[in-house]
Design a protein around this ligand. Sequence first.
Ligand code: GUN
Length: 283
Amino acid sequence: MQLLDGKLTANKIKKQLKLEVEMLKEKYNRVPHLAIVLVGEVEASHIYVRNKIKACQFVGMDVTLIQKDNTITTQDLKTLIHNLNNDDNIDGIIVQLPLPKHIDEQQIINVINSNKDVDGFGIENKGKLFSGLPCLKSATPYGIIKLLEEYNIDCVGKNAVVVGRSNIVGKPMSIMLLDKHATVTICHSKTKNLQEITKQADILVVAIGRAKFITKDMVKQGAVVIDVGMNRDENGLCGDVDFEDVKEIVGYITPVPGGVGPLTITMLLNNTIEAFKSKFKEA
Ligand code: GUN
């Protein structure tokens, strides 16, 4: 078994991004600027956002955090985003999810100008991804693609099984694997005979948010296993895959923590730089 070291890969990419930011600063006399909108008090969101800010600072990008309490109205949140859309000093905008229940997330995300939608969650970027057009790609699946590339894992003709059909990970992941010429199957909570399907996977991506759900009886010998889960059980942080159970039979596996997580943030930085460059037609 070989570990797919997301932290190492992320650090390598971040060093390249840092150099790129220095070059952009020299050329344009300013650096890419990310605005992060954080609503409410969800502890995990605050931790993610803190890590995103640190990563921006590491690569030398500007970052502005806009915090609102969870009583904000949909209209006020839309106005806030409109203002960021119209601010020429802001290159990328993310709204940290989840939002409070009274707010329709997709409606808010769709207000973000698609050129600044560095999470790639808006319908325009999603539609472009689906159509095979250049776009800002969702950071988690994009990071997974980068990790597969870093370890020279070829997807052509492979059976790729994605467990989970979220808008953030499962669906865009499936399209990106398809673009890599894998044969893709998407499974979810209503899938029958899940084990039969996951056992066929040469590449298995799991993003369902259930601690240690995937066990060795569900995994093919030598498979590449990508664990997007970030759960907490009695022993601390763990993924959606039972790492100890499967580690002897898999070919490659991402650890949790230190697998997919660091790459998600790195690709968000990458997307913000892309958004900045496309403004100057540098892409
Ligand atoms: N919540 C969980 N993951 C993400 C992410 O990648 N982006 C945003 N905006 N919110 C999230």
